[in-house]
Design a protein around this ligand. Structure first.
Ligand code: 5RP
Length: 251
C-alpha cells in the first residue's frame, strides 16, 4: 500500500511587486557576475546600465573586484564612474575591451538591437564593437519581434550641417516602409538635442518592417552627413532579460 502524501497548505507569501527599475537592476546585477578582476570593462549608458556601473563600484569597494578599468560610453557614464572611483581609460589606450555591459531600447530574437534613445549610440557602438563580449541587459518590455517594428524611434546621429537635408534623404530611403523622421529636440529648451560628439539626432519611425537590416544599415551609412545609426546588428553576444517571472539568459 502506498503511503499517503501529506501536503501542508502553502505558507502565505507576501506579494512583491517589482517595478521596471527593479527589473533593470536585477538584469544589471546578473551581468556584473561576469566581470572579473583585471578586466577592461565597457560601461554602458542609460538607466539599466547605471545599475551595472553602481554594482561594479560596490564590488570594488568590497574588495571583490580589483584592477578594473572602465571604458565609458558617454559623458554621463564617465561622470558617474568618476564619482564612484572607477579607474577609466579609452579605446586609444585600450583598443580591446574584455566585456561591455549596456542596455537597449529594442532587442529582437536574433539579438539585434535598437539603441540610442538616450542619445549615446555612437560611443556605445564604438566601445561595444571593440568588446570581446557584449552583454545586453533589459527588462522584458524591450523585447520585440523585429527591430524598428515597435513604431518607436530608431535614432540616427547626423552632423548639424543641413540636418534637414539629411532627414529628407533618410526618410526617402525607407519610403517603402512608411518611414517618417524628426529632429530630436531638448524638452527644456525646444532646441536641437546635441550629442556628446556635437551632433544632432534624427529619430526615424517605421510603419512597416524595413526588411533586410544589414542592407538598411548600409544604405544609411552611405549617405554623406550621417555619422551612425542605432541598429546594433550582430554585436551582442548575450542577453539578460529580467521579467516578473524571473531571469532569462540567451547566448
Ligand atoms: C542610450 C541607450 C540606452 O542603452 C537605451 O536607451 C536603454 O536605456 P534604458 O536602460 O534607460 O532603458 O542606448 O543611448
Amino acid at each position: 500500500e502506498l503511503p499517503t502524501l501529506m501536503v501542508s497548505p502553502a505558507a502565505p507569501c507576501p506579494s512583491i511587486t517589482l517595478t521596471q527599475d527593479d527589473l533593470k537592476k536585477i538584469a544589471a546585477y546578473k551581468a556584473v557576475e561576469h566581470v572579473k578582476s583585471g578586466m577592461v570593462v565597457g560601461l554602458g549608458t542609460g538607466s539599466t546600465a547605471k545599475h551595472a556601473v553602481d554594482r561594479i563600484a560596490e564590488l570594488m569597494r568590497q574588495g571583490k573586484l580589483k584592477d578594473i578599468i572602465g571604458i565609458p560610453t558617454s559623458k554621463k557614464t564617465h561622470e558617474q564612474a568618476v564619482s564612484l572611483g572607477i579607474p577609466l581609460s579609452d579605446l586609444d589606450s585600450h583598443p580591446v575591451v574584455d566585456l561591455a555591459i549596456d542596455g537597449a531600447d529594442e532587442v529582437d530574437p536574433g539579438l539585434n538591437l535598437v539603441k540610442g534613445r538616450g542619445g549615446s549610440l555612437l560611443r556605445e557602438k564604438m566601445v561595444e564593437s571593440a568588446s570581446k563580449k557584449f552583454i545586453v541587459i533589459v527588462d522584458e518590455s524591450k523585447l520585440v519581434d523585429y527591430v524598428g517594428g515597435s513604431r518607436l524611434a530608431m535614432p540616427v546621429e547626423v552632423i548639424p550641417f543641413c540636418w534637414n537635408h539629411s532627414l529628407k534623404r533618410l526618410v526617402s530611403l525607407f519610403a517603402y516602409a512608411g518611414c517618417v523622421g524628426e529632429l530630436r529636440k531638448c524638452a527644456e529648451t525646444g532646441k536641437a538635442s546635441v550629442t556628446d560628439n556635437g551632433n544632432y539626432i534624427i529619430d526615424l519611425y517605421f510603419e512597416k518592417d524595413m526588411g533586410d537590416l544589414n542592407k538598411a544599415s548600409d544604405l544609411i551609412l552611405r549617405l554623406p552627413g550621417i555619422v551612425e545609426h542605432g541598429m546594433f546588428l550582430g554585436l551582442a553576444t548575450s542577453l539578460i532579460v529580467a521579467g516578473v517571472e524571473g531571469i532569462t539568459v540567451k547566448t
